[in-house]
Design a protein around this ligand. Sequence first.
Ligand code: FAD
Length: 556
Amino acid sequence: MNTRDISFSNKNRAVRISNCTEQRWDLIVIGGGITGVGIALDGALRGIKTLLIEKQDFASGTSSKSTKLIHGGLRYLKQLEIGLVRETGTERAIVHHNIPHLVHPETMLLPIVNGGTFSKLSASLAISVYDMLASVPAKDRKQGLNKSETLAKEPLLNTELLRSGVTYSEYRTDDARLTMEIIKAARREGAEALNYMQVDNFVYHQGKVIGVQCSDKLDDTTHEFLATQVVSAAGPWVDKLRAVNNSTGGKSLRLTKGVHVVVDKEKLPLEHSVYFDDFNGRMIFAIPRGGVTYIGTSDTDYKNDLNRVLCTSEDIDYLLETANTIFPKARLQSHDVISSWAGLRPLIHEDGKSPSELSRRDEIFESDSNLISIAGGKLTGFRKMADRIVDLVLDKNPSLNKTSCLTKDYKIHADSFVDYDAFEQYWKQLHAQYASEGLSKYYAWYLVSTFGKNAASILAEASENIKGDYMEAVIKAEVLFAIEYESATLPDDYFNRRTGKLYFDIKSLNTHFDLIIDTFADYFGWSEGEKAEIEQKSIQFIKDSTEIKSESMQLA
Ligand code: FAD
């Protein structure tokens, strides 16, 4: 099956934009994070003519900065968020089924320690409730472990603090890839999506919003797009757009920053994801992935620049100190951090609550001028959030045909694996096929868990174009795939959000940086001056994720 759709390339941008301005849409969605793309897919599947507009790259907001878990959120049980846990818990298996190559089963280990949040009994009870709420099948339910069984699973755990442990099941994903696959699916179903297009204002008719005024962030041109209904899924920016719409009354957002740091797997070699307490009872994850382990997250109020959120030395100290308490033999130090990411939670303000106590529920705002906004929620719950919004759009607009949500059994990738076993077989078979050319086991797994079965066409193209080093041919084919079929426009789009190399394979990024820049420059025909400017910006993006900043730099 041909799953490659070159009409998404930004080489065709001028034509694509003019197609968008020439028609009136049923629905315009502002924001290309998981919430916005979920709405676009749900809408398109229901026959609603949908345009999605994103001011930077798809998933460049919070949706590339999460812990990358498809989970029900065990800790929310402590806050008695039963509805949220039931919904996201149940969604886990659905998202896994709908895109198995991107949502991997993950065994979590919860160590029970002296003075920790959970006793063996309370952990066991909480996880039983969790498994029940999420209808987890018997084979994947929690397992209690004694101290030596827990240590056998993770020998680096603090032997003095440890009393016992519990394992339970979750899923791990790549948030930005999930966002990308959903927007590709939405386009396949008839939606359109533009990145680097910023909504600056709304178009009104008789006091009601009927469209958006935008500026193109790539060439500064301005455009107007019209629709029956406009929905803002702008994440942390939702209140800014509500202010533009003069509709900030009632509830408002409270933004909290969450940071993750990445260390080499050799520095913290874990076999399982471990979920542990900090000194104040906040829960933190340490998650092994490929050649690295990542640790997060912090949760602090945030009032600075929304467009450049940085991990500071204070964030690193907090995460490493917490990790060193539970894994004392690792002796992690700040120079062990090879990269990091920092994201903002768009939470709903509640008086008198600390960041960690705030609800993770989503909230829908409707303005008198007919703008619908949605914020909050979880990556995991994107499908249900989209279902609620599209139902609301249909309720408010009788001119649109009323239909029910179709995403529950919808395979997101055009050429999907039937299940996880099929994914496992596929990448092993690709490895066997290309090992003699120089493809490593890790890279075969990485390509298929990133691009699904499109990995095969990337490898075939690489084999046809080897000019020297095999891996250079593979990287070039990968970059071209991201540009032509996934709307990557700047190098950062490729190494950050189409692949996550910035966090999970920084060595490959450093080795092939020049090749990546050259491939973009050749494809888009950049002049030497444009290329030099974009290269400098790319270097700055990498530095933002790899160099330690002081708190004062974040305030700048
Ligand atoms: P965003 O991803 O921020 O998308 C909003 C988009 O709107 C942005 O791309 C932005 O550029 C665009 N935009 C803004 N203004 C404009 C404009 N004027 N014009 C055009 N576009 C505009 N959830 C889980 O389920 N599992 C987890 O493991 C998890 N971990 C998390 C860890 C952290 C540290 C954080 C911060 C969150 C975590 N979450 C997790 C929650 C989850 O990541 C978020 O709920 C989700 O990503 C929010 O997506 P969104 O689309 O609403 O916002």
